[in-house]
Design a protein around this ligand. Structure first.
Ligand SMILES: [Zn+2]
Length: 310
């Protein structure tokens, strides 16, 4: 496992519903080049008129990052499209944050008097391999899909994402953990089979998560002792946020949906699969017109079915 350094990120830094806002470097842009070993490397652009920033102003929460990364996975892993991995990774970094070596960069930039003079050091510290990013992206994206599918099946009785979990992607395939149920055509029996095996399926989910180092740290700014997770990359942030989500959102089966989703969780749109912030407790589709049309078709179908049964 990758060695990660301690980045001081307080659980309670921003308050709210336990949401953490991360302090990470941002650069004005990224580009990809080949290093001396012939490997593809992504580096930030350094512009004398655009000092890299380092503050909390962006209000990027762990959840925002997690779903932004998972949507990037969906787009990049689509086998119907062709794209350059480096371009897609640079595009994501431009619009989000520096993904690697957050700890050392933050420290260096905090203590660096003349960043223009030292820009090469900063640039090299921020550089990372495209392949490593893609590999970590796949691990996270596959696990998120599995979690969403398991959650939808177990808690909401919705088999769609579980049935579609196993697929061939451009970068990697979906996880095959529901394949043994695929012979069951009846949805009710399918859901029942998943619920029967829930313990085992949940254990598989847990096993996909990395371990975290958590420790205490004195905060000079507030004179408080805080609890911190070791964070050095955007994937550390995502896995950490994701693990809190998995632990927090797992409610007893009969819990009221309104309280379950009250503090802005995300859903996986039932039509297009995109991850979007949930606006209402029963929302299952994103706001895309096509997905809203699919929702209306489904509503009509259900209505028709209910009337027929009467
Ligand atoms: Zn959608």
């Amino acid at each position: 496992m990758k060695q990660i350094n301690a980045q001081q990120i307080s659980f309670g830094e921003i308050g709210g519903a336990g949401e953490i806002v991360y302090r990470v470097p941002r650069f004005i842009g990224y580009f990809e080049e080949t290093d001396h070993q012939g490997k593809l490397v992504v580096k930030p652009m350094i512009d004398p008129f655009g000092k890299p920033t380092l503050d909390y102003d962006y209000k990027l929460t762990g959840q925002d990052l997690l779903y932004s990364i998972c949507n990037l996975y969906r787009i990049m892993n689509n086998s119907d499209v062709s794209m350059n991995n480096g371009d897609a990774v640079c595009y994501w970094c431009n619009r989000n944050i520096q993904p690697y070596n957050i700890k050392s960069l933050t420290e260096y930039m905090d203590n660096c008097d003349d960043w223009i003079l030292n820009y090469e050091i900063i640039q090299n510290q921020a550089a990372f391999y495209t392949d490593e990013f893609v590999r970590e992206l796949c691990n996270l994206g596959q696990t998120m899909e599995y979690y969403m599918a398991l959650r939808d099946a177990f808690y909401e009785g919705n088999p769609k994402n579980a049935r579609e979990l196993y697929y061939e992607g451009r970068l990697c395939d979906g996880y095959p953990f529901f394949e043994r149920f695929s012979r069951i055509e009846d949805d009710t029996k399918y859901i029942q089979a998943i619920r029967n095996d829930y313990r085992e399926l949940a254990q598989i989910l847990i096993g996909l998560f990395p371990e975290f180092k958590v420790g205490l740290q004195f905060e000079n700014k507030t004179d408080k002792i805080g609890m911190y997770a070791d964070i050095d990359s955007v994937f550390d942030i995502c896995w950490y946020t994701f693990s809190r989500l998995v632990a927090d959102i797992a409610p007893p089966l009969d819990e009221d949906l309104d309280s379950l989703y009250s503090n802005g969780s995300y859903i996986c749109c039932l039509n297009c699969g995109r991850y979007v912030k949930r606006k209402g407790p029963r929302q299952k589709y994103c706001s895309d017109p096509e997905c809203q049309a699919a929702r209306n078709r489904q509503k009509y179908k259900n209505f028709y079915k209910r009337n027929k049964q009467k």
